[in-house]
Design a protein around this ligand. Sequence first.
Ligand code: SF4
Ligand code: SF4
Length: 303
Amino acid sequence: MTATTKKGLIFDIQENIEYDNKIRTFIYLKGCALNCLWCANPEGQNHKLECTHIQDLCDKCKECITNCNKKAIKYTEDGFPVFNRKICKTCEKYNCKENCSTENIRLSGKYITANELLNYFEEIKKSNWAGITISGGEPLLQPDFVREVVNLCSAKKISINLETAGYFNWEKVRDFIDKFDSIYYDLKILDSFLHKQLTGKENKIILRNLKKLAKNNADKITLTIPVIRSINASPEMFDEIAKLCLKLKIRKTKLLPYHTNGIKKYYELGRFYALPFAVPPSDEEIKALTSIMQNNNIACEVI
Ligand code: SF4
Ligand code: SF4
């Protein structure tokens, strides 16, 4: 196998995900330029190692406090540790984790090379295994690592899918982006001002990259749209998205109804969840939005 040099920072590998009726392995890369308020994978947002703390399991032994050489931990009146995340940012030792008897302090993030990943795929491959999906975070913010994974997968004839939020530097990925077998491309909100309010960035780069990508890859793209009531579940926006799909010759969409499965992770990372009052769309709303796509001859599934 060709020697690979770039280390990727990942936060999870999930082996047996059923997707489009096949089993795929998902690799989640750490780091994203967006900061979507509803993000279900907040541990994917920062490109750095982070400690998580699961309070339910903590037995308040205070070993972490005693062993933190940076004095970053205080404890609450009821005895639970509270981490000063600004200090933790500069940590290199993670003595708190090493000394936690209940193993409830964990490190989110791991560096890995493309060769190590490929060796791992060889071990877990099963007969019904369809390949891998590179997701995140935003995987294309680690282009040198992803390029090596893509090239190794191509050489081994391993199918490789991409999940992207679209906010990346086109020039850094243009030499390999056509090599993905399929691409799930997030489009969250069409209004740029609202996009910035809710994700931290305008959507110009996302739309520009989508147009460039669709030139050669329209048939590989599935547009993935999170659906959040009172935020983007509007028929008007879906009408506009349908027009955009037709213009770019994209014929597949998937709707991702809002859910709250990721909230606990915010607290484990010492962060607050900024969208506590959002609610999932009703079945009727989802049906109406799906119909808009289907009436335009655009396939539309709900995950
Ligand atoms: S991550 Fe480092 S600085 Fe933060 S609590 Fe643990 S040992 Fe201390
Ligand atoms: S070492 Fe672990 S179990 Fe003990 S107080 Fe710290 S987090 Fe809780």
